[in-house]
Design a protein around this ligand. Structure first.
Ligand SMILES: CC(=O)SCCNC(=O)CCNC(=O)[C@H](O)C(C)(C)COP(=O)(O)OP(=O)(O)OC[C@H]1O[C@@H](n2cnc3c(N)ncnc32)[C@H](O)[C@@H]1OP(=O)(O)O
Ligand SMILES: CC(C)C(=O)C(=O)O
Ligand SMILES: [Mg+2]
Length: 532
């Protein structure tokens, strides 16, 4: 193990975080001095090696923020960006004065497109400017990093000549940026090998990779560069940055860790801090993290599919290649939805304190699927309501609601039609009724279909959860022969919950009456007030 905890058989990769510079170039992401400081402290706790704290010439506030970070964040190298000109370099030097280890990062474009149209300089002029800028920066900081902007669209031999000039002038790190996210893993790896083989003095510096995600290849390209000799990797938290963003550091770090069989490289990153840092950056920049984002997304360790949930419950590694705790996420989440199976439902109910018999689990699962078809997320409170509904339905089902339809409006009389299956009766019974509102019409239609009239003592409706798709829980109490019978049901449709609850109460009522009735008197007539 080295001082940062990397195993001796692994090659140490320096992690260069540019969330506060390239990341802050994301449209709308700008941070004030205090926010930058907060992120820098989190990055220090995360264990990155270099923090690119800003571009001091950009504004007085930016310069001050870099100064403050230098004062308060002591372990990592603090880096500041500068164009290849004396003003930028002097601003960077000024900002970095208090750093325990300072680095000026000089960048200068080397591609034909950039040199001709943006800089309006010849290759020879660019080479000279690079040399002078690095030499000047050397006088203002402990370390100098030189980046050939748009390197991946540059002539490779010219690139090597510029790097040689920068190294001779004192550069300690040579960065080969894929500024516009144009390269591919194989090509980028080849470029690193080419530069390493054709640049005099390259062995004296650290080679660095800096990738953008315009083609979604930033992390793959960074890993390819590491395999081809890069010993510093640059990126941002959550992959934020100019246009499609930079390489997401959390993804690179975890790829190296999870696939150590393929990548014998280690970093000093305290991976347990990744999620916390991601949340902080997202909150302060106002850039949300997509739920399916690798490593730090809310769904990165969530499973909804029943087959996956079953696998996870039997052995976590069936569907998880790393444990969430390793990246600071709290735990694996089994999300209950319409793709879930009985194993996950039983597990969640057990966690909620419900041990169900196989029959009750089956009945609850059937109802759960009906609800999940209508609701995106079935919450714990929904589940409890469903179980309690099933537990309440202990009486044998004499009546089963097959169908209902309600017509209502503020200028029409509410009318309900129901179809009820009655145990022992071959054809289902269909009836309709009008009422004083949709619930009244519905309960009247049920009374007609079942032939049972009950004295409704109370009807209570409440929302189980909040939101437009909240489940409504209906509890009805009916009185018969001095005894009260309760029916309870839940549904995202309150009319359905009302009908189911009422049918349940009637089932209990006729069941109780049947138990009291003489053997030759049918149960339904013992409780029945009227039929038809
Ligand atoms: C690939 C990257 O991420 S590079 C970093 C990009 N980040 C930023 O630009 C954010 C901060 N930028 C800023 O605040 C401003 O652009 C400043 C303060 C740096 C410069 O502002 P201005 O002086 O008004 O110049 P402006 O941004 O309009 O144009 C850039 C100038 O820098 C020149 N330039 C660009 N890159 C370099 C370089 N590496 N070295 C020297 N000059 C450069 C351009 O050719 C142009 O020069 P010109 O005015 O002679 O045509
Ligand atoms: C400043 C340089 C390294 C940069 O951000 C880029 O080229 O993408
Ligand atoms: Mg960049």
């Amino acid at each position: 193990m080295d001082a940062s905890g990397v195993r001796g058989d692994k090659v140490r990769i320096q992690v260069f975080d540019t969330t506060l510079r390239d990341g802050e170039q994301s449209p709308g992401a700008s941070l004030d001095e205090m926010e930058k400081l907060e992120v820098a402290k989190a990055l220090e706790a995360l264990g990155v090696d270099v923090i690119e704290a800003g571009f001091p010439v950009a504004s007085p506030g930016e310069l001050k923020a870099v100064q403050e970070i230098c004062r308060q964040v002591r372990r990592p190298v603090i880096c500041a960006l500068a164009r290849a000109n004396p003003v930028d370099i002097e601003h960077a030097g000024e900002a970095l004065k208090g750093a325990s280890v300072s680095r000026i990062h000089i960048f200068l474009a080397t591609s034909e497109i950039h040199m001709r149209y943006k800089l309006r300089k010849t290759p020879q002029e660019v080479l000279e400017i690079a040399r002078e800028a690095v030499a000047l920066a050397r006088r203002h900081a402990h370390q100098v990093e030189f980046s050939a902007e748009d390197a991946t669209r540059s002539d490779w031999d010219f690139l090597c000549r510029v790097f040689e000039a920068a190294i001779r002038a004192g550069a300690t790190v040579i960065n080969i940026p894929d500024t516009v996210g144009y390269t591919t893993p194989a090509e980028y790896a080849e470029l690193f090998r080419y530069v390493a083989a054709h640049t005099e003095g390259i062995e004296r510096v650290v080679l660095s990779a800096h990738c953008h995600d315009d083609l979604g290849l930033a992390v793959a390209n960074s890993l390819a560069a590491i395999e081809a000799g890069a010993r510093q990797v640059e990126g941002t938290i959550n992959g934020i940055g100019e246009r499609a963003g930079n390489a997401a550091l959390e993804e690179i770090v975890m790829a190296l860790e999870v696939r150590e069989d393929r990548y014998p490289y280690g970093t000093g990153v305290v991976t347990e801090q990744l999620y916390r840092t991601s949340r902080l950056v997202s909150r302060l920049t106002g850039i949300p993290v997509q739920p399916n984002k690798a490593i730090v997304g809310e769904n990165a360790f969530a499973h909804e599919a029943g087959i996956h949930q079953d696998g996870i419950l039997k052995h976590r590694s069936t569907y998880e290649i790393m444990v969430p705790e390793r990246v600071g996420q709290t735990s694996t989440r089994l999300v209950l939805g319409k793709h879930s199976g009985r194993h996950a439902l039983r597990q969640r109910l057990a966690e909620l304190g419900y041990e169900l018999t196989p029959e009750l689990l089956e009945a609850t699962y059937r109802r759960f699927l009906e609800v999940a078809d209508r609701k995106k997320h079935v919450t714990d409170r929904d589940l409890v309501a469903l179980v309690e509904e099933q537990q309440a339905a202990t009486a044998p089902e004499r009546f089963a609601l097959e169908y209902f339809h309600v017509d209502d409006g503020n200028t029409s009389v509410a009318t309900a039609t129901v179809r009820v299956r009655i145990a022992g009766v071959e054809a289902p019974v269909q009836e309709a009724a009008c009422g004083d509102g949709p619930v009244d019409a519905l309960l009247r239609a049920i009374e007609r279909a079942t032939g049972v009239r009950a004295e409704l003592e109370s009807y209570h409706l409440q929302a189980v959860t909040s939101g437009k798709d909240a489940m409504g829980e209906v509890t009805v109490r009916v009185r018969d022969d001095g005894r009260v019978h309760v029916g309870r049901a839940v549904s995202t449709d309150v009319l359905e919950a009302s009908a189911r609850a009422y049918v349940q109460a009637l089932n209990r009522m006729v069941h109780a009456a049947g138990e009291r009735a003489p053997a030759d008197e049918p149960a339904s007539t013992a409780a029945a007030g009227a039929r038809g």
